[in-house]
Design a protein around this ligand. Sequence first.
Ligand code: ATP
Ligand code: MG
Length: 439
Amino acid sequence: MEYLLGDLRRTHYSKDINPEITGEEIQLMGWVHEIRDLGGIIFVIIRDRDGLIQITAPSKKVDAQILDDLRALRKESVVAIKGTVQEAGKAPNGVEIIPAEITLLNLANQPLPMDPTEKVKAEIDTRLNSRFLDLRKANVSSIFKIKANMFKTIRNYFDEEGIIEINTPKLVASATEGGTELFPITYFEKEAFLGQSPQLYKQMMMGAGFDKVFEIGQIFRAEEHDTLRHLNEAVSIDMEASFMDDVDVMNILDNMITRILQSTKENCAEELEKIGFELDIPEGPFPEVKYDDAVDIINSKGVDMEWGEDLSREAEKVLGDTQEGFYFLTDWPSAIKPFYVMPYEDRPEISHAFDLMYKNLEISSGATRVHQYDVLVKQMIERDLNPDGFGAYLKAFEYGMPPHAGWGVGADRLAMVLTGVENIRETVLFPRDRHRLTP
Ligand code: ATP
Ligand code: MG
């Protein structure tokens, strides 16, 4: 047995090995999923990124050395196996490999900190502590394949719409919306924080004349509560467009989400099956509920809510129960929305702001933005923010800022919808919350 890769190269992933290539010599790379030694015959199941494949070694057919090599393997060790494809009705993919050469590339220690074969259910904390092993499970890795397809679909869609990808700084001097939920950083000689949203930068890009931009990037929030839908580090999909209003960007959002749902169904059928989730694709545009009406609905369901308040968790739940899936919640009270949100001209106590909800889960917030310098400063002061702290941002509004609108979608929350998981931690490789900074 060797430990080095040398000239060994994979010829096939497990998923590409089927009865059609019976008789071919192939080279596999993967992890030892299972070993069954029946004396006269040894079965080893090898797992790679895409599935399982069976190695069958009857003592009469293969060299004694191969049998010894197979017996020396331990679960989760990394191996390269050269062999011949043979039909086998009951094995994965209807084939088995008769081994000709086994190369051990790395032996795994025993016992394993957790079982990566889906047979034993482990608590989320145990799983996250050994996340690299947890991710070897097909149902777990499927979530991330679905998420990767989601990002690919988003980038393709934005590209078709002429929306340009940008990257903005995550080390920032001022809060997006005030001081709460911010992580301070101590390196700089002045106050600095981790960015909680690219909001101010994507707006400055409207002043830069880029017209339509998007960013997929990390956001950092010192959340007050520990919930199944909040992390301290999340990925946000942000979009901003000039010469558009809230209705225009709601349409873009609706189209993007519908595209993602369709492409998940089309491209990730296997992954959805592995996680046992049936994804519904709604027909037609997402319905809209105005905040005024939402307050009435929530009260009628026995949850007290005054006009002007943000929705409590209970309110989100009872309202969500009245909806099929995705819906827009629109015309929010101006006072509970950030300073950069545009109030209605004829009824300034409400604003051109919307949330996209999926049942009781907030997926996105967006709005027509204020593009007039004076209104922006006035709205900052009304929210007890000091405009001096926003000098670099405000400057962009003095020299030709077009009317614009945009939104931010929580990518990890959207992945929850696509995979049907209840805990946001399931949709993030290495989640960060109050209790977890490693791995
Ligand atoms: P919530 O009310 O659910 O805490 P929010 O209104 O504070 O969310 P926004 O500032 O509107 O969040 O951010 C835009 C989107 O980013 C949200 O709709 C959500 O999908 C996502 N998001 C916000 N905070 C988090 C977080 N802590 N963890 C994961 N996703 C988040
Ligand atoms: Mg929001």
